[in-house]
Design a protein. Structure first.
Length: 433
C-alpha cells in the first residue's frame, strides 16, 4: 500500500463523492482495483483514436457496479494522452435522436463539458480554438506566410463534411474576434459551436452562417469537432455518454427505435473507421442491452452486431467486441479497495488510519451476511457504509471498531441482488493476505 501523502483537495473529492454514492471526477487512481483487462482494452482504443481511427464501446454493468467510475477513469487516461473528452448523462431531455430539441440539448451539454488535460473540469472550448490559432500562427512564421492563410488552409479540410463550410466560417469568426479583441464575436461563435442558437435567423445575423446545430445534425457535428481538435494539435476526441438506460425507458416505440437507429449509425461508422479520430464510450445496464422487447437487442441490426462471442464460454473472455461487461470485483479486489479507501481517508498517512488491517475482513463478512454477493458485485452501498464507519470513528476518538461493525446499516443497492448465499467462514479465509 502506498504511503505517499494525499492532498486534502484530492482526498475530499474522492471521499465526499463516494459517501454521497456518486463516482468521483478526480482521484480515481487512488482507489482503482481490478478490471485490468477492461482498462487495457480501453487504452488500446485511445491509442487507436490517436492514430486517426474510430472506436465504440458499450460498458455494461448493474446499477452501482462502477460504470460511471470506469468511464471517468478512461476519460482521465484519454486526457493524459492529449485527447479532448466530452461527457454527458442521458435523461428525458437529452437523447441521441429527437425532433423537439432533446438531441441539441445533449450536444450542448457535451460541449459545455469539453475537457482537456489543462481544463479537466469542462469549459475547454475557448482554449481548444485558441490553441488552433496559436498553432496556425507558429506554422505561419515557419512557412513565411500569414496566419490567416494557414487558418484558411487548415479549415479547408472541414468544408467537405456535412455542415463543414459553416463550421469553418464560425471558427474563422472566432479567430477574427480573437485578433480584433471583439468579445461579442467570440461569444457568438462559441454559442454556435455549443449548439445554443435556436434559430437560423439569429445565427445569420450574428455570424453570417445559414445553418445551426439542431437535432438532425447532432452526430455530424461531433464528427466535425473531432476533425477540428486534431487540426488544433490534439490527438483525438472521446465522447462518454452515461445512463443510456434512459433510452430503454422511453415508452414511445418509434422514439426508442429512432435513438437505436442513431446508435446503429454511430456503431457502423466506428467499426468501419470512417469517423476520423472519434471514439464513443456508452454506459448502460444489462437490460438496456439485452432486453429483446425494449433494449438494444430489440433492434435486429444491433443485436447481430453486439451479440457475444459464442466461443467465449467457461471462463474464456473476448474483449475485442464492442461490448465490455464490467466483471464483478473479486472479494480479494474488494479487500484491497477498502484498504485504499482507508489510506485515502487518512490522507495517505498510516499513523492516521482509523481501522487496523484486521478490521477489514470482519467488515466484509458483515456485509456478506447482510447483502449476499452483491456487496462486491455492486459495491456502491458497501463503500458508502465503510466511509460512514470511518467518519464515526474519526469524530468519536477512542471508540472501539468491533461493536460498531455489527450495527453498520447496509441496505441493498437498486438493481443488486441480495439473495445469494455466502459462506462467511470461507469469505474470511479468502481475505488472508
Amino acid at each position: 500500500m502506498s504511503t505517499t501523502a494525499i492532498r486534502p483537495k484530492d482526498r475530499d473529492a474522492v471521499i465526499q463523492s463516494l459517501r454521497a454514492g456518486v463516482s468521483p471526477r478526480h482521484g480515481q487512481h487512488l482507489i482503482q482495483v481490478g478490471r485490468n483487462h477492461e482498462i487495457e482494452t480501453l487504452i488500446q482504443d485511445i491509442d487507436r483514436i490517436a492514430d486517426g481511427g474510430s472506436t465504440i464501446r458499450f460498458v455494461i454493468g448493474e446499477y452501482g457496479a462502477g460504470k460511471t467510475f470506469f468511464l471517468n477513469l478512461v476519460r482521465a487516461v484519454a486526457m493524459e494522452r492529449k485527447l479532448v473528452t466530452a461527457n454527458a448523462d442521458l435523461n428525458p431531455d437529452r437523447r441521441l435522436h429527437a425532433t423537439g430539441g432533446q438531441a441539441r440539448s445533449l450536444f450542448a451539454e457535451l460541449m459545455r463539458n469539453l475537457s482537456t488535460r489543462t481544463k479537466p473540469d469542462g469549459g475547454a472550448m475557448n482554449g481548444i480554438i485558441e490553441r488552433f490559432v496559436a498553432t496556425a500562427k507558429t506554422e505561419a512564421v515557419a512557412a513565411g506566410t500569414t496566419a490567416e492563410a494557414v487558418i484558411r488552409s487548415k479549415l479547408e479540410h472541414l468544408t467537405e463534411m456535412v455542415n463543414g463550410f459553416d463550421f469553418a466560417e464560425v471558427i474563422s469568426c472566432y479567430c477574427k474576434g480573437f485578433d480584433e479583441g471583439n468579445e461579442q464575436l467570440k461569444s457568438d461563435a462559441i454559442r454556435w459551436l455549443r449548439g445554443e442558437f435556436s434559430t437560423r435567423t439569429d445565427a445569420r445575423q450574428a455570424l453570417g452562417v445559414r445553418t445551426i446545430v439542431d437535432d438532425a445534425s447532432f452526430y455530424d457535428q461531433l464528427k466535425l469537432f473531432a476533425r477540428f481538435v486534431r487540426l488544433a494539435g490534439y490527438s483525438g476526441f472521446v465522447v462518454c455518454l452515461d445512463e443510456l438506460v434512459n433510452l430503454y425507458k422511453l415508452s414511445n416505440t418509434q422514439a426508442r427505435n429512432a435513438n437505436y437507429e442513431q446508435i446503429l449509425r454511430i456503431l457502423n461508422d466506428s467499426l468501419q473507421g470512417s469517423a476520423e479520430g472519434l471514439g464513443f464510450i456508452l454506459g448502460g445496464t444489462p437490460e438496456f442491452l439485452m432486453d429483446t422487447r425494449r433494449g438494444l437487442f430489440s433492434y435486429p441490426a444491433l443485436q447481430s452486431r453486439l451479440a457475444e462471442n459464442s466461443f467465449a464460454k467457461s471462463g474464456l473472455v473476448d474483449f475485442s467486441g464492442p461490448v465490455i461487461r464490467l466483471a464483478s470485483l473479486s472479494p480479494e479486489d474488494f479487500y484491497v479497495m477498502l484498504l485504499k479507501l482507508r489510506n485515502v481517508y487518512a490522507f495517505g498517512m498510516p499513523e492516521k488510519y482509523l481501522l487496523p488491517d484486521e478490521a477489514i475482513a470482519p467488515f466484509m463478512a458483515h456485509c456478506a451476511r447482510r447483502l449476499g454477493d452483491s456487496y462486491f458485485r455492486t459495491p456502491r452501498t458497501t463503500i458508502t457504509a465503510f466511509i460512514n464507519l470511518l467518519a464515526v470513528l474519526e469524530q468519536n476518538p477512542g471508540q472501539d471498531w468491533k461493536p460498531l461493525i455489527d450495527v453498520v446499516d447496509v441496505e441493498p443497492d437498486t438493481g443488486g441482488s441480495a439473495d445469494a448465499e455466502i459462506d462467511v467462514d470461507d469469505e474470511l479465509a479468502s481475505f488472508k493476505m
